[in-house]
Ligand binder design. Structure first.
Ligand code: DC
Length: 661
């Protein structure tokens, strides 16, 4: 897949904590797009997920003649509704492996009086759709199979659709059949009752459908567990504006990471008022002993007090997607865990029961696999098998949940990581930004400009043979890249994207931006001033987080900046805060500039330094602050050598000493 490697090596990792904003929910994004297209009036949709499955829906709506305009902000689109019909009456649609596009479009198009062909990737053609087609034929739709009976691809002809009365559909293969009928039947204009035959699985997904339909003005009446009455009337009406919640299934990986890797790990974008059933994954984690808290728009997970997750035996029919995360979390439990009532896994992106069993065994688990259940027993003494090579079966969730295995302190290879593009394109970047290996020591050296921290940090790294991170250089690089690209320094969104995608390389003591040596360019005054502005933007700080944490490699790291101890490496083995009187710092900078043959004015430097101190320490995000645990060192009057050896002494006394023989 473009932009992704063949495989990705993760770990060993043993800690997870931090905060992240979730991408939009796939289920809500695709339902909302379709409802908006069917509604009267136009709908502004915000926080729409940018991922393959949603693109399939957008492409399909485009092919059907629906106008979807992109807004100025990422994730904003305006859909002009067509009041229940599509301008294009005859076309072919390719829907990839997007079930949330395929099933509802089948139903809607079957009732729309046009002539359409719908196809997908080979796996989509192995995923059953016969129950939905039978139900649609029951109201007079003309839907035919182009390949095997009961499976896509399909051809739809204008049928003889009768509105009103009753319609029956099976509920035990996929709840998406019911969802599809619910969204399509209001187009007939007559009151219709859907009777679900057999147990209805994955009920919370149906609740998402009902909730969103209600926002578009169609309130479905439920009479009993399995009967749904759609009122007759004029169909969907746009509410004007819709906000897509963060993806609760995507949240599950990070919450599990928090429970396994200590936490606290907070996800933002879903919370206690979520309409997504997968937020109940949090209950399952709590049943494992994890400490979980929920706010209106966030959920946070931490490891149990005892640090040991409990084994579980749970019916997971209501959270089939997030349940995959539990299967991997079971590797970290104190005994065998049983996942019950998960038969729907067999007809998803891959046969998830078989795939999960096979891959969990590679990592040392003993797995019992049934038609509709799995029992996962962690390896003896909980030690996972290192260097497992995990196959992902073109299934985004397989790739995402197996990243958690690396938190067992072992390296894990994920094959075809690009399959996450289906629902969560930057998943691995986000995962790496909140996980690390705490056994690699970090020395965090923070302090104001010209406190000497850069030079000292570099010397300490050299003497200990550690890696070195000059985090200020990253902010300077974002500033330089923005200046070069003509990006306004107020444009937080573009700057955030620049920060996360910065093409930078630190090589042979020089700094390269897209093959250009910018070591000196980033020290220019213009760049210093711009760096201090971009450093106050949360999206920039978040975008640089991963890059900074990625410097943490054996045997150790010395990192200098403003928030190394407080935000980026809160578990640093040694935290140092260097200061010096402003006059002394201005004098140092003055001497540096004169030595380099530049003109300099001491009074101007002092003024500028004071202004920068003020900005860096009063900004609302990650202001320069001394961590409570930091050792403070005022370097006024101290030489670089004296400061360096003081830091090394501190580090050595912070290390457990190896007894001499
Ligand atoms: O240390 P420096 O002067 O190279 O830093 C450049 C700018 O980046 C400065 O204005 C402070 C900011 N910065 C930051 O906010 N956080 C860091 N960890 C490092 C630098």
């Amino acid at each position: 897949m473009a932009g992704y490697p063949d495989h990705l090596d993760l770990g060993p990792l043993n800690r997870a904590s931090g905060t992240l904003r979730l991408p939009g929910s796939k289920s809500i994004s695709n339902r909302t797009l379709l409802l908006a297209a069917l509604a009267q009036g136009s709908t502004d949709i915000h926080d729409l997920l940018a991922a393959d499955d949603v693109q399939r829906m957008l492409d399909a709506l485009g092919a059907l003649g629906v106008s979807v305009e992109k807004g100025g902000r990422a994730g904003h689109v305006r859909v002009s509704g067509n009041a229940g019909s599509f301008p294009v009456k005859r076309t072919d649609l390719f829907l990839g492996n997007a079930g949330t596009a395929f099933r509802p479009l089948t139903a809607v198009l079957a009732l729309s009086g046009g002539h359409y062909r719908l196809s997908g990737v080979p796996r989509m053609h192995e995923r059953p759709i016969g129950d939905l087609v039978d139900a649609l034929r029951g109201v007079g739709a003309d839907v035919r199979y182009l390949g095997n009976d009961g499976y896509p691809p399909l051809e739809i002809f204008p049928g003889n659709v009768r509105g009103g009365g009753g319609i029956r559909v099976r509920g035990d293969v996929s709840s998406q059949f019911l969802t599809a009928l619910l969204m399509a039947l209001p187009l007939t204009g007559s009151e219709t009752t859907i009777e679900v035959v057999g147990e209805l699985i994955s009920k919370p997904y149906v609740d998402i459908t009902l909730n969103l339909m209600a926002r578009f003005g169609v309130v479905v009446r439920r009479t009993g567990e399995s009967s749904f009455t759609i009122p007759g009337g004029s169909g969907f009406v746009s509410p004007g504006e819709m906000f897509v919640e963060g993806d609760a299934s995507g949240a599950s990986y990070f919450l599990a990471a928090g429970a396994i890797g200590g936490g606290p790990l907070r996800v933002e974008g879903v919370g206690r008022h979520s309409i997504q059933g997968d937020v109940h994954f949090a209950d399952a984690l709590a049943a494992m002993g994890a400490r979980v808290e929920m706010g209106d728009n966030w959920i946070e997970a931490r490891a149990p007090e005892s640090n040991r997750l409990r084994a579980f035996d749970l019916d997971l029919n209501h959270i089939p997607d997030a349940a995959m995360t539990l299967a991997v979390a079971a590797l970290f439990a104190d005994g065998p865990s049983r996942l019950r009532n998960i038969a729907s896994w067999r007809v998803k992106e891959t046969d998830r029961i078989a795939a999960m069993a096979k891959e969990l065994r590679k990592i040392g688990a003993t797995v019992e696999e049934g038609m509709d259940y799995l029992v996962v027993t962690p390896p003896q003494s909980s030690i996972l098998t290192p260097h497992a090579v995990i196959d992902t079966y073109d299934d985004h969730r397989m790739a995402m949940c197996f990243a958690l295995a690396a938190l067992g302190g072992v390296p894990v290879r994920i094959n075809d990581p690009g399959c996450v593009a289906k629902t969560f394109p930057d998943y691995f970047d986000r995962f790496r930004a909140v996980t690390w290996d705490s056994s690699v020591p970090v020395i965090a050296i923070d302090g104001p400009s010209a406190s000497g921290k850069g030079t000292v940090a570099q010397r300490v790294a050299e003497q200990l043979g550690f890696h070195y991170l000059d985090s200020g250089a990253l902010y300077r690089l974002v500033a330089l890249a923005a200046i070069r690209a003509g990006t306004g320094l107020q444009d937080a969104e573009t700057l955030g994207r620049l920060a996360s995608a910065l093409p930078v390389e630190f090589r042979e003591g020089r700094i390269w931006l897209s093959q250009d040596d910018v070591t000196d360019a980033i020290r220019r005054d213009e760049v210093s001033a711009a760096a201090s502005l971009v450093a106050a933007i949360p999206a920039v700080r978040q975008g640089l987080m991963l890059r900074q944490r990625a410097f943490r490699r054996a045997p150790g790291l010395v990192a200098d900046g403003r928030d190394m101890a407080t935000v980026v490496f809160p578990d640093a083995k040694l935290k140092v805060f260097l200061t010096a009187a402003a006059e002394e710092r201005a004098l140092r900078r003055y001497k540096q500039l004169i030595d380099k043959g530049f003109d300099a004015n001491l009074a101007a430097l002092l003024l500028e330094l004071r202004q920068r101190d003020e900005r860096d320490s009063t900004r609302s995000v990650a202001p320069l602050q001394k961590s409570a645990e930091a050792q403070v060192l005022d370097t006024t009057g101290l030489s670089i050598e004296e400061t360096t050896s003081r830091v090394i002494q501190w580090f050595e006394s912070a290390q457990p000493r190896v007894p001499s023989r």
